[in-house]
Design a protein around this ligand. Structure first.
Ligand SMILES: NC(=O)c1ccc[n+]([C@@H]2O[C@H](COP(=O)([O-])OP(=O)(O)OC[C@H]3O[C@@H](n4cnc5c(N)ncnc54)[C@H](O)[C@@H]3O)[C@@H](O)[C@H]2O)c1
Length: 293
């Protein structure tokens, strides 16, 4: 029996919600497997999978679901397109996808490019579709957003530490040497880090979107190569409010230690978080704008 996601914003007789997936790496494979095994019960139908290297899908994705040409995804009539490939895909194809469907962005570092954010917002308003952003490895997303909306956030700092093999760095950061036990590769505005660590700055980018009063220029990102972290990703979130009458500030620190296979850019708990984000955004009504889920 097909069970509809409550409050999905679709007429009950309109059939299952049609989902397409861009990217077939660690996250893409997991989401596709969940959609194929549980989708029908949840009112979700996988309508295509696209991957840069189509041969990686052989034997795992039915031929009829393999999308050859990303630009032709509208022909599959998706309701939701999930990006779990690379920020470049969001930058290049995101605005066009919004003409056809809501978009769930798995690589929010793409939005550090102000022009990309502007084009996504314009397309979202024009076509009345949502840009959802997966919170990924960011713990406490709602609390950060609520504090920010209440005007209670003065500083936000997100530190991501892992073994250097877990990094995919570009530009000047790619040449950095990590021979010390712990090397700080970058410390500064998240906007300056994303272009050089597009696949390792997504948690910081999600924080910048959760706290628009600080945004990509005000949230501080710290990237740390730690030779001891061979099997996990560690994300520290530290925030402060403005000083109160006593001179003291409200402050929160969280540490998320996520087991990860050596060299993987995505830890195990983050794979689960993405599936929950996919289910979550299918339960939200489509409305223009950028929404964390
Ligand atoms: N928001 C978060 O907290 C968070 C957490 C983990 C991963 N991510 C992001 O999600 C995305 C997928 O992660 P993953 O663990 O599945 O990675 P992965 O390396 O296992 O798979 C990436 C997939 O995208 C494809 N790909 C890589 N570069 C591409 C490009 N330039 N153009 C088109 N396709 C490309 C690869 O072929 C592969 O199929 C990455 O961008 C990653 O940074 C975000």
């Amino acid at each position: 029996m097909v069970r509809r996601a409550p409050g999905s914003g679709m007429a009950p007789d309109s059939g299952p919600r049609r989902v397409g997936v861009l990217g077939f790496g660690r996250l893409g494979q997991s989401l596709v497997s969940h959609l194929l095994s549980q989708g029908q019960d949840l009112g979700l139908e996988l309508v295509f999978v696209w991957n840069r290297n189509p041969e990686h899908m052989a034997g795992q994705v039915p031929q009829s679901l393999q999308l050859k040409n990303l630009a032709a995804l509208g022909e599959r009539h998706p309701d939701l397109v999930v990006e779990v490939a690379h920020p470049k895909i969001v930058q290049e194809f995101g605005p066009g996808i919004l003409e056809h469907a809501n978009l769930l962005v798995g690589s929010p570092s793409a939005l550090a490019d102000a022009n990309t954010e502007k084009r996504l917002l314009e397309a979202s308003r024009r076509w009345d579709h949502s840009v959802f952003v997966a919170r990924g490895a960011l713990w406490g997303t709602e609390d950060i957003a609520r504090l920010d909306a209440a005007g209670g956030l003065q500083s936000l700092r997100v530190t991501m530490a892992t073994h250097p093999d877990g990094f995919r760095l570009e530009g000047p950061l790619a040449a950095a040497r990590c021979s010390e036990p712990r090397t700080v590769l970058y410390e500064g505005p998240v906007r300056g880090l994303c272009p050089f660590a597009p696949r390792n700055s997504n948690t910081m980018a999600a924080a910048a979107l959760a706290a628009p009063s600080l945004g990509f220029d005000g949230v501080v990102g710290v990237l740390v190569a730690d030779l001891s972290l061979t099997d996990r990703h560690v994300v520290d979130v530290e925030l402060r409010g403005p000083p109160g009458p006593s001179g003291r500030s409200f402050a929160v620190s969280t540490r998320r230690e996520n087991p990860a296979q050596p060299g993987a850019v995505t830890g195990s708990a983050t794979v689960t978080a993405f599936w929950r984000s996919l289910l979550g955004c299918c339960q939200l009504p489509a409305r223009p704008g950028i929404h964390l889920c």
